[in-house]
Design a protein. Sequence first.
Length: 478
Amino acid sequence: MSCSLLYPEGIAPAAPMDRRILYHLSLDRAFSYISSDEKLTRRFFDVLLQPCGRETVLYRQAILRDLQADPQIFARLSSFAKVLRDISGDFHRASREVSMLRAGGAASLFSAQNLMQMQAKHLGDILRLLRSLDADLNSRRLRAEGLLALHRHIQAITDSSAASALLPLCSRLELFKSADLKCRYRLDKAGRIVAFEVVELEEEAVLQKRPHRIRRKVALPEGIPLQMTAADAPKFDSMKASALKEITQILSVACRDLLDRFAHLGDELAFYAVALKYIRTLAQKGSACSYPTFGDGAHLEFTDLRDLYLLMTVSGAEHIVPSSLQLNDNRGVLLYGDNGSGKTVFLRSVSTMQLLGQAGLPVPAERAQLSCVAALATQFSESEKGFLEATAAGRFEQEVRELAAMVDSLPAGSLVLLNETFQSTAYTEGAEGLSHLLRWFSDHGIRWILVTHLLQLDEYLKDLPVVRLHTSEGYRIS
């Protein structure tokens, strides 16, 4: 059992969207200004590209609000995850040695003792770390259900009778020496040892899956002196090593269980680490920053939205022209305008808002109301992409392949964002071909926004409920 900071209980991650979206929307470049840690940013993008529903969006928004309100919560959780990761590395190295350990002989007994002490220390350190985090979270004002659920999960461990029994046992085993083992013997009538067993550790193991008791009762003959020969000594050491190995394996099961419960925490915190940097960067730029609300249907509304990439390249938000729009139905949107009039920037800013907002992040706008989409897909003209792909088939053929892939894979409820598509061929032919594709999207419940020069689309789509927008002076959209 584990507790996620990214997904409410019972909700699993969705299949990731095409990673080219990051390039099309210049998010790779925008976030290079925000986070210099490529590993963290890569994990952030992994989460960003998994579309989620309204419940998950609100779940993450609440967590981010708590982390913004009290930065020490994130600092404490990050410290916990880092120490746990270090313990996990040491534990797995020790576990490999345990698996190779063969009891027998003095060297094996010595190794068995060291490994037992090591695993006892790992388990004790984890339990002490959890108790410390529990005490710290008790002093914080947590409101987000995700953080409260994590705290309850930690409390269930630290308050359990198992933890109460294991912690003092681990402290004891960390200092335990094989020479201190107490044993019980069975002798024959001549006083020779015929059987023996370790009886020093008589505590019952607390793991419910593997109940175990080291001590077993043995009837000993009375009045028979103990005599140990040289031949008995190796057997005696082998028995001790075997007992210690068995204890080590039980400790390892407990360690692995606890480590597995929190193994995902570091990766999940990477998402919030970059998200917090993103929020701080917006504040430094003087940009608006608001958590969007999510409604049903195809409603789209925002006020003073700014393009994230442009924001990262200027000294302040006042240098970026904001956009505002209200659409009660955005199942299909055509945006016309001259070259350099801001069409692509508008498309990119709306697409970025949808992607960030649906990941649970605030957006660079005064306010925004969105609706969740099943998936997001982008197709930007080859001129926008720098013609990176082999061009033998030509730009038009490449666009056809990309759009065919969307038709084959996108579910109903998706949003497609098209920038200057089919403009490398004759305009009339391009408009006609594109109109068939847009009709197909609409017929299959897929919303779309198209930036284009193809005015002929008006005639081809005149019977569809399409919103038509135009750029105007000052990079405005109307």
